[in-house]
Design a protein around this ligand. Sequence first.
Ligand code: PHE
Length: 336
Amino acid sequence: TEEIEQITLSSAADVENYRLKFLVSKGVIKGLFEEFKTVSSEEKRVLGKVLNEFKQLAENKYQEGQELFGKSNVTATKRDEVDLTLPGEGFQLGSRHPLSLVRKEIVEIFKKLGFVVAEGPEIEDDWHNFSALNFPPEHPARDMQDTFFIKKQDGNDIALRTHTSSVQVRLMEAGKPPFRAIMPGRVYRNEAISARAHCFFHQVEGLYVDENVSFADLKQTLFHFVQELYGEGTKVRFRPSYFPFTEPSAEMDISCTICKGQGCQLCKGSGWVEILGCGMVDPNVLENCGIDSKKYSGFAFGMGIERITNLKYEIKDLRLFSENDVRFLSQFETEI
Ligand code: PHE
């Protein structure tokens, strides 16, 4: 009796342990009743009363426990103690990753211009990442992009893609012009990790192939894109450049997003910052993908999402994007 009185039942688990100890068929009480059968009828008279009281006490305690911590949650707290008018506790939502936000924004702008989204694999063969894009074998242009090779196999190495231009090739091989697509994705380059370089980053490539596509179309499309993304009045300029897969090729600068062209630390006083590479698709690339380069022409462009994001949010260290520091990530908007 004393033992039972000393037990405090303070959780559903306590109640269950209590039941298992005293009340089940191999429990303490059943055991005592078994022993009871063996005593003399003299003793039975005295003990019977004590035993029945003990049993009653044990069962009452179990009842109490059940009422407080029983299986159903409704009985766990007395109904009139619940104030249903109290505000809920709410739960914490994470925020979108800045790269996802910006990728989405880029995709939305081009979707309005009729571009569809295309994707391709991150593990690529030599053909899609290099050869079809007019990188001749052993050509030094391949060194422009420090490649992570997975498997070297004569003439058809397997590697992590170094740019999303590989998706251009896959798209053109698989269909017929016109093509108007943007291709977001992760790319890999064997570079030492620092504030300004990483071994992986994200690109959005764009491709437009049809009859009579000209450099003017390219310029106007990208001009519109920049007005949408960085605001009306953002200036653009094109500088001649070189890519094996475009001819002519250019790099596009925009008026510095921070000083608006006045000259600051970010643009090193020039007032301009580079945001992407572009050009007219080289006829060799079209032919490699089975497209008649006499009938069709096209433009392509490619940009790094990290770079676009850095300019938008004034982020100075690329490593922040992959370190999962909540102090950084929670500054960006939450979107359901
Ligand atoms: N693929 C190029 C790069 O990764 C970018 C680019 C894409 C340039 C399309 C021109 C046309 O640097």
